[in-house]
Design a protein around this ligand. Structure first.
Ligand SMILES: Nc1ncnc2c1ncn2[C@@H]1O[C@H](COP(=O)(O)OP(=O)(O)OP(=O)(O)O)[C@@H](O)[C@H]1O
Ligand SMILES: [Mg+2]
Length: 259
């Protein structure tokens, strides 16, 4: 059976490259367009959960329960984000950390039951290529890799590609690399251009999504204030336009999968 057509894993083993920023930006754009999304936080740091306005003390459960028990009651664990009625959250806690072991199909099984309630399911991965990211890839039709076009930013991209191949081979023959989102791209930089060319040789030019995400302080501010970029209005006009475009790419990707 073909499933998980609307589910995307947002990943890179490198820390701090913008996985969470991209996940939150896409959720913000979806809600602004009145489209329902589920954000799955797979990172034990639970930053995404916190920024989306979920109080860790009030949780009925977390994605750790989904990974550690069969048939965890998703309807009670999923919370509504304070950002918007269009955003639901499968929250994370530090307990997720201890679950770096097998059972990579549990998340997929749990999400299968709710996927059709949403326009998209966005899984924010931790900065590792361990079992948590493997679970996310096993549960997803599409992978989005977030990359910073710097020398250090490209290190490890081969490992990410290998893991996608490995999961495709072992547990999920429907998995595809939907695209690479470039983050913190300076307006003019020979160095960044060279790195983007290098990346194109690895993943193919058509896999690199446009527009790239520029470096802007409003992304930091939004996280600190637990707000969506769209709530900043004209002050965040450019970041909003970028994520509206990237959300359209996500919808196009899902549409071509669902036919
Ligand atoms: N384009 C940007 N402009 C300005 N700040 C940014 C941008 N992208 C990310 N940041 C900031 O950089 C920090 C790291 O970004 P983020 O948390 O999205 O990365 P991550 O890949 O999810 O990190 P981790 O690997 O720890 O999960 C955050 O404080 C975020 O606000
Ligand atoms: Mg993150």
């Amino acid at each position: 059976m073909v499933s998980m057509l609307r589910t995307l894993a947002i990943l890179n083993q490198k820390g701090g490259v913008g996985k969470t920023t991209v996940t939150l930006g896409l959720a913000s754009a979806a809600a602004d367009a009145n489209r329902r999304v589920l954000v799955v936080d797979l990172d034990p740091q639970a930053a995404t959960t916190w920024v989306l306005g979920i109080d860790p003390a009030g949780l009925e459960g977390s994605v750790a329960d989904v990974l550690s028990t069969k048939n965890a009651p998703l309807s009670r664990i999923v919370q509504r984000s304070s950002w918007s009625d269009y955003i639901d959250v499968l929250p994370s806690t530090s307990a997720v950390q201890e679950l770096e072991s097998g059972r990579s199909k549990r998340l997929r099984r749990a999400l299968t039951a709710v996927e059709s309630d949403y326009e998209a399911v966005l899984i924010d991965c931790p900065p590792s290529l361990g079992n948590l990211t493997r679970s996310a890839l096993t549960a997803s039709r599409h992978a989005i890799v977030v990359v910073e076009p710097s020398a250090l930013g490209l290190r490890g991209i081969g490992g990410v590609a290998d893991l996608i191949d490995d999961v495709w081979d072992a547990t999920n023959p429907d998995l595809e690399l939907a695209g690479v989102v470039l983050n913190r791209v300076p307006a003019v930089s020979r160095e960044a251009e060279r790195r983007i060319d290098e990346l194109a040789r690895i993943v193919g030019r058509e896999a690199i999504w446009s527009p790239a995400v520029p470096q802007r302080v409003v992304f930091n501010q939004a996280v600190g204030e637990r707000r969506s970029i769209h709530s900043f209005g004209s002050r965040a006009a450019e970041p909003i336009a970028v994520f509206d475009s990237l959300w359209r790419k996500v919808r196009g990707t899902i549409r071509s999968a669902t036919g």
